[in-house]
Design a protein around this ligand. Structure first.
Ligand code: ATP
Ligand code: FE
Length: 335
């Protein structure tokens, strides 16, 4: 089965070609335009998708070295995401499927972040069911009980900011450019995680909250800068290490709780923040300490990419979960 997959939910335009579970090509065009605004500007994102989509799809087919007549189906991200961005990928996928007379498969982006674990060529075979998936991204933070490829149940999620936002907003307070998450990660590795203790929020059950942390970092920085205008510059690595340490502790506490509640010891992470070295290290050590099985996807499959849409499309196609030309994009779309 050859599947062409298209992802356009946020600020990356991506297309991939899969032969069953194997990725033949995975092209990602990241939009640079948002950097100067310190965040994604929806209107500019959809315009950039319109410019990128034809060349990106073309590239994906070229690199896979297949003719589009060989395609069995087209999978696309229906949601969740920015409506204007989703519309570009959705309309493109629909027209191409119509032109080629092949089936369409609609894909939930968050489900795809989880099913990325089943792409051939990871360092492990896909997790065995049931497993716990922690989706850590720019717009979501969820603990999901995955019972089968397409059977998922959300056990907990954030009540306010996503973990990626917590990273990016903290970075912004420190004057770092957008997206600041990866920069915090880099500086954190050079600093002392215990230098500045930030409070952990108290949220019952398996839900998360990150907005309080952001506020306490803001007040802390404002106070210190008043006393020493160079505070951030002089302590950048320690501040970043402390922020990252706090976020990792928050995440680990909830996963431990989820393992306790469900008895499921297979833990997989997905989404852009799963690239974070702190969370990867913490999970690795929990694996040894508590006998968990931990699954860390390759970095290219953590951030937004069409390969994960393709693998999800593959599983849906195999179960005959197809859609038709009446389908429309869905900005809010639960798994
Ligand atoms: P969603 O999937 O919820 O729609 P999104 O697709 O925009 O959101 P992703 O691309 O999955 O989000 O992830 C982007 C986020 O990951 C950004 O907030 C970015 O700062 C964060 N991120 C990427 N790498 C790292 C890292 N090493 N450490 C911390 N955060 C990181
Ligand atoms: Fe994403």
């Amino acid at each position: 089965i050859y599947i062409l997959a298209i992802e356009s939910s946020c600020d990356d335009t991506s297309a991939a070609v899969l032969l069953n579970k194997k990725v033949l090509s995975n092209v990602v065009a990241t939009q640079k335009i948002h950097q100067e605004y310190g965040g994604v500007v929806p209107e500019l994102a959809s315009r950039a998708h319109q410019q990128n989509i034809v060349p990106v799809v073309h590239q994906a087919l070229m690199r896979a070295n297949i003719d589009k007549k060989l395609l069995s189906a087209i999978a696309f991200t229906r949601g969740p995401g920015l409506l204007g961005s989703l519309l570009v990928g959705t309309s493109f996928a629909k027209s191409l499927a119509l032109g080629l007379q092949i089936p369409l498969v609609e894909v939930n982006h968050m489900q795809a972040h989880i099913l990325a674990h089943f792409i051939d060529g990871q360092d492990y075979r896909g997790p065995s069911f049931p497993f716990l998936a922690l989706t850590l991204s720019g717009g979501h933070t969820q603990i999901v009980l995955v019972k089968d490829y397409l059977k998922m149940e959300i056990l907990g999620e954030t009540l306010d900011d996503a973990v990626g936002e917590a990273f990016d907003k903290s970075a912004k307070i420190l004057g770092l450019p957008y997206p600041g998450g990866p920069l915090i990660d880099i500086y954190a590795q050079l600093g002392n995680p215990k230098a500045f203790p930030f409070p952990k929020p108290r949220v019952a059950g398996l839900n998360f909250s990150f907005s309080g942390l952001k506020t306490s970092i803001l007040y802390f920085v404002q106070k210190e800068v008043k006393a020493n205008p160079n505070f951030v510059l002089e302590n950048r690595n320690d501040i970043c290490a402390s922020i990252q340490h706090t976020i990792v502790r928050i995440l680990m506490d909830k996963i431990k709780e989820a393992v306790k509640q469900t008895g499921v010891k297979h833990v997989a992470i997905g989404g852009g923040v799963s690239a974070n070295s702190g969370i990867r290290a913490a999970l690795k050590s929990a694996e040894k300490k508590y006998g968990w099985h931990v699954y860390l996807p390759k970095l290219e499959y953590c951030t937004d990419n069409a390969a994960m849409i393709g693998i999800t499309g593959y599983f849906k196609f195999m179960q005959n979960q197809l859609t038709d030309q009446n389908i429309s994009a869905k900005a809010r779309y639960k798994i």
